[in-house]
Design a protein. Structure first.
Ligand SMILES: NC(=O)c1ccc[n+]([C@@H]2O[C@H](COP(=O)([O-])OP(=O)(O)OC[C@H]3O[C@@H](n4cnc5c(N)ncnc54)[C@H](OP(=O)(O)O)[C@@H]3O)[C@@H](O)[C@H]2O)c1
Length: 306
């Protein structure tokens, strides 16, 4: 349970931010939330959170979390947070998936103002947060991590500290490159098995119980079997992360052939206009490329979370 003495500001009540701030408020923290589209933050009041009209109201909070989309968005909201200059938080915890370079620029910006900074991206979607299985990967000064820990523990099942500076950013980028590649691979083998005659639910039941099954393959199973592509993570955000991975590959001179191919398959999906559903529509694209028209199997399959 977070200490009541410290107050929290929360920027961003999108799919992820809403659920994370909700856990924090339900855990007893004093949370003031700001979201560009205020109506999305308002339901958090039922958990005891307060909602701000302007992001600058959050500057007087002890700790401010940020969960928006891209580095450009992070820079904009943090600039506006500190614009009035009357007060400043002790620490900023930035959770969006952004580049190493963006994160370093943010650290410089905050250092100049004497604000501690923890880079703390996450693994898991909104449903994973609800199930209490989100994980943080953190970097920055160890003392910032120690100060943040009770709040992180109220949101997530685990927080790994990986070192100074922006190290957590590269860990998260690697994680999401893997997410893209694994999803494409799962789509390919599921369509291959189906075209050879195996129903998707039967194939995935075997895979999920095998040594190759994972929390991820289990929680994507309902989407693959019943074709429910309600968004958990958008194709645009996944393409951003694949691009971050390929940029990092260029910077560190690491070839990433699987990531490159997967990035372009995500690009094809976006180019065809498949942008408003979950990125798991990679399955539909793979089916089309294989001459298959998929139908929901309407089978009750578990997601391993609930
Ligand atoms: N979804 C996942 O499974 C997942 C998992 C791990 C990490 N992530 C990462 O977490 C971050 C958020 O993802 P999400 O799925 O929650 O996205 P989302 O549902 O699209 O939410 C984006 C949030 O950012 C706000 N925002 C974007 N640009 C802004 C700007 N310029 N100024 C102010 N607010 C702005 C949006 O405000 P409005 O409501 O006004 O649009 C919204 O609150 C991304 O970096 C993503 O890569 C996502």
């Amino acid at each position: 349970m977070p200490t009541k003495k410290m107050t929290v500001g929360w920027i961003g009540a999108g799919r992820m931010g809403y659920e994370m701030a909700g856990r924090l408020a339900r855990g007893g923290a004093d949370v003031l939330v700001w979201n560009r589209t205020k109506a999305k933050a308002e339901p958090l009041q039922k958990y005891g959170a307060k909602v701000a009209d302007d992001v600058s109201e959050l500057a007087a909070r002890d700790i401010v979390f940020c969960m928006v989309s891209t580095w450009k968005d992070v820079k904009e909201v943090v600039t506006n947070l500190l614009a009035r200059g009357k007060s400043k938080p002790k620490m900023l915890i930035e959770c969006s998936s952004i580049s190493l370079e963006g994160s370093a620029e943010l650290r410089e910006m905050l250092d100049k103002k004497g604000i501690q900074y923890l880079a703390a991206p996450v693994s898991g979607n909104a449903k994973v947060i609800k199930a209490g299985k989100l994980t943080f990967v953190c970097s920055g000064p160890k003392k910032a991590f120690d100060l943040a820990r009770p709040f992180l523990d109220s949101i997530a099942v685990n927080s790994s500290y990986v070192g100074e500076g922006e190290l957590s950013r590269i860990v998260k980028i690697c994680h999401n490159v893997f997410l893209g590649v694994v999803t494409q691979s799962l789509a390919e083998i599921t369509i291959l098995a189906q075209k050879a005659g195996v129903p998707r639910h039967a194939f995935l039941e075997f895979m999920n119980q095998s040594v190759m099954g994972s929390t991820f393959s289990r929680y994507k199973t309902p989407a693959f079997v019943n074709l429910d592509f309600k968004v958990t993570f958008t194709p645009h955000l996944l393409r951003k992360d694949m691009d971050l991975g390929l940029d990092a590959g260029r910077k560190f001179e690491v070839p990433m052939p699987l990531a490159s191919a997967t990035r372009d398959l995500i690009q094809s999906m976006i180019g065809q206009g498949w942008t408003e559903q979950d990125f798991a529509t990679l399955l539909l694209q793979q089916a089309e490329a294989s001459g298959l028209k998929l139908k929901p199997e309407n089978m009750e399959v578990g997601d391993g979370l609930s």
